[in-house]
Design a protein around this ligand. Sequence first.
Ligand SMILES: [Zn+2]
Length: 124
Amino acid sequence: MASLKIEFATVRELEKKSSQVFVYGGGAFLVGLVLIFIAGPIGIILTALSALTVLGAIIYVSMLGKERSRPLFCPYCASKNDVYVSRRQFDCDMCRRPVIVTETGEPAMAQPIDLTARHNQPRQ
Ligand SMILES: [Zn+2]
């Protein structure tokens, strides 16, 4: 079971992480339904817990999503990232490289560009 702790800096990251919760929660819900027929009470408990998890995640995510975000462009690959305003750093949605938000609100490279490694990076 993956950690339910949601760490995110960008809108896309939040969507990705929260969809994982729904996948795991929904999966546990289905397993629980099957277990009701096989194991009875344990299945009911699992089904109830997973339903609560998914419900909680929906509420949690909708609360988190209320924070304002603003578009910042990655200094490495120029992709647009919708970053929540309170974040001082984030990983680019596209190239996954770390980006720092300066005091003036400008995105800046957290690491020097490594041009040699670029074509060796694993595809996602
Ligand atoms: Zn990037």
